[in-house]
Design a protein around this ligand. Structure first.
Ligand code: ADP
Length: 352
């Protein structure tokens, strides 16, 4: 394992709530690991602790087997890219990329060769003589990657690197980052609040909530087998329905599923339903709570339509229907439809 974090805790105010609280996780070598969570979850603080930009109250950070907990930033062998480009405005692209190499006192020829290599890697060969102010946001961020990678870091740390860019460029750069990673193979830690970005880009995901690890694992596991209600609702745009435990099973309308362990008869459960795990059909042909829904709102989002359904219980669920399928259905707002919930992840406990 390339990065091993153990029992890391950081408070900014004595006796206050820790920003990072007893966090342990590992990031596999040569993979992209994302630190995923809502704003304030402690992602940036955790990344800064790993970078050495903050010191922990307790716990340890090991990079490639070396205990770095108290090493200064420049001794950790890391490259960092932040959301704000943090390029030197008065230096050209080449000079920005060369900066870290020059502070390491590499011979001139070697610096020039490495800068050429980096410009090629980030596909900006033509723009070496420009200043940051003459580049687009996406190009500036690619220069920031080139500068971070020029020193051949053991670990690349990325703090919301595409957060300041518009959504089209963000999606483009996501793909670009994946191919960059395939070429360099450098172990990468990426901070993001965007679950889609995390699921798409990374091989390992660490979900953070209130300064703690809520779940860590491969993206499929996080998505398909969320460990807590928080992970289930944060990852995947789920709807939550109320159900009850009967004869050892969890009943949510007509849906009967495995009850959580330790469930007692009559207890309330929360069922998390993914937008694509509900199938709708017309016309409604049942009266049970979960098999009938009234279409409250329709919203077209690219290749699919989001259908907001209101159930007789008053609960609402969001369903995603692929465009072509929706056109065949011929559903309009106000219609009653048959709604078949196919799968849900069920947790014990009532609603907060
Ligand atoms: P995230 O990156 O997930 O949005 P942060 O790590 O930035 O979360 O913040 C976690 C918590 O720590 C927040 O409550 C934030 O206000 C607090 N925090 C972060 N940096 C500082 C700081 N330098 N001084 C005081 N509090 C901070």
């Amino acid at each position: 394992m390339s990065v091993v974090v153990e029992h890391l805790t950081k408070r900014f105010t004595a006796g206050g709530t820790p920003a990072v609280s007893d966090v342990s996780f590992h990031a596999p070598s040569a993979a992209i690991t994302t630190l995923l969570g809502p704003s304030g979850a402690g992602k940036s603080t955790l990344l800064r602790l790993i970078a050495g930009l903050e010191l922990p109250d307790s716990g340890s950070v090991r990079i490639e087997g070396v205990d770095c907990t108290h090493l200064p930033v420049q001794k950790r062998g890391i490259g960092v890219v932040f959301q704000s480009y943090a390029l030197f405005k008065h230096m050209t692209v080449r000079q920005n990329i060369a900066f870290g190499l020059e502070t390491r006192k590499l011979p001139r020829g070697e610096v020039e060769a490495r800068v050429d290599e980096m410009l090629k890697l980030v596909q900006l060969e033509e723009l070496g003589k420009r200043y940051p102010g003459q580049l687009s946001g996406g190009q500036r961020q690619r220069v920031a990657f080139a500068r971070a990678l020029a020193i051949q870091p053991k670990l690349l740390l990325l703090d919301e690197p595409f957060g300041a860019l518009d959504s089209r460029v963000r999606v483009e750069l996501r793909e670009w980052l994946q191919s960059l990673h395939e070429q360099t193979g450098v172990t990468t830690l990426l901070v993001t609040h965007d679950q889609e970005e995390a699921l798409e880009i990374s091989q390992h995901v660490v979900v953070l909530s209130d300064g703690r690890v809520a779940q860590a694992g491969p993206p499929e596991e996080i998505y398909d087998r969320p460990a807590t209600p928080f992970v289930a609702s944060f990852v995947g745009g789920t709807s939550v329905l109320r159900g009850h435990v009967r004869s050892g099973r969890a009943e949510v309308g007509t849906l009967v599923v495995e009850a959580p362990q330790s469930a007692r008869e009559g207890e309330t459960v929360q069922a998390f339903v993914r937008p694509h795990d509900i199938k709708i059909a017309k016309p409604a042909n049942g009266s049970n709570e979960l098999t009938t829904g009234r279409v409250e709102r329709l919203k077209s989002v690219g290749g699919y339509v989001k259908v907001l359904l209101k159930l007789p219980s008053g609960e609402t669920v969001t369903v995603e229907v692929p465009r072509a399928e929706f056109d065949d259905l011929g559903v309009v707002e106000g219609d009653n439809v048959h709604a078949d919930v196919r799968m849900a992840k069920v947790f014990l406990g009532d609603f907060a």
